[in-house]
Write a protein that binds this ligand. Structure first.
Ligand SMILES: [Zn+2]
Length: 280
């Protein structure tokens, strides 16, 4: 138990960076502590509903049953839901965290140049199998001072919400192994695919010392091709503490222009980018 705790502390970076680093790491980076708690709570809630239906009639019990199932589904589909485990959706302090999903891609090098030009840093949430196909690009992201997060091994976007425990564990831990194998450093942050987080996500996150990251600013840049519209949507939520969801490699080809637009808005507002502790 002692060894396991020590391992976790090294993983989440709480031993790096002096006292201030420890404080920030402890408050921001929160891997799940009780990833199986949902199961006894679910069983207890369903038993309670059966009791209510049996005692007071199913005119009350059935709506309660449906409402409980709707709540479970909301917990999976709502990106900011904490029903099954913690998620970071806001940073403390004045900085803005740029997060760029779905790479590496043909856009990555242009994005790195844009970030350098604005003296900005970002975390790239990479897909394991895409990283394995372009390891030099992954190492360049790290070498240029940016963070690398885990965004699953294969990015099964249509089915991620419904993956069972074995497949979910593979998606998360294979992604972790792939990225650590390329950079020599295991990611500490995880971004759910399409923001969907079912009950089986948090056990492997805990196993790998990963904390889940959501967002509080987005412009639907993965699907919308209108650069001005996307930037305006993100701009509306660009404020101290923002976690900005961006993408690369979208088929419309506009992601670099959108990131350029967001960087320009950050500069105009006097906001600076940060990477939270532990760096990632
Ligand atoms: Zn994605």
């Amino acid at each position: 138990m002692q060894a396991r705790r020590g391992h976790g502390r090294r993983r989440n970076g709480a031993l790096r960076g002096g006292a201030d680093g420890i404080m920030r790491a402890m408050s921001v980076h929160r891997p799940p502590r009780r990833p199986q708690l949902w199961l006894p709570l679910l069983i207890a809630s369903q038993l309670l509903i059966v009791l209510v239906g049996w005692r007071f009639g199913w005119a009350i019990g059935l709506p309660l049953l449906l409402a409980s199932h709707a709540l479970c589904l909301w917990g999976v589909l709502a990106p900011a839901s904490r029903l099954y485990g913690p998620v970071l959706t806001q940073l403390p302090g004045e900085g803005v965290w740029l997060t760029i999903d779905d790479g590496p891609s043909d856009d990555t090098r242009a994005l790195l140049d844009l970030l350098d030009a604005h003296d900005a840093k970002a975390t790239f949430f990479l897909v394991g199998e895409r990283a394995a196909a372009r390891p030099a690009l992954v190492r360049e992201i790290a070498a240029r001072g940016h963070g690398i997060g885990n965004h699953s091994q294969t990015h099964p976007q249509a089915m991620f919400w419904a993956l069972g425990p074995a497949r979910m564990r593979c998606e998360i831990l294979d992604g972790q192994r792939t990225l650590a194998g390329i950079t020599g450093r295991a990611p500490v942050w995880f971004r759910s695919v399409v923001g969907h987080t079912n009950p089986f996500v948090h056990a492997p996150l805990r196993e790998a010392g990963l904390a889940r990251v959501g967002w509080n600013a987005r412009g639907f840049d993965a699907v919308k091709a209108d650069v001005d519209d996307v930037v305006a949507r993100i701009d509306a939520d660009l404020a101290p503490g923002a976690i900005v969801l961006l993408h690369e490699g979208a088929t419309h080809g506009g992601n670099p222009a959108m990131v350029a637009g967001v960087l320009a808005r950050l500069r105009a507002k006097g906001l600076r980018t940060v990477l939270p502790d532990p760096a990632g």
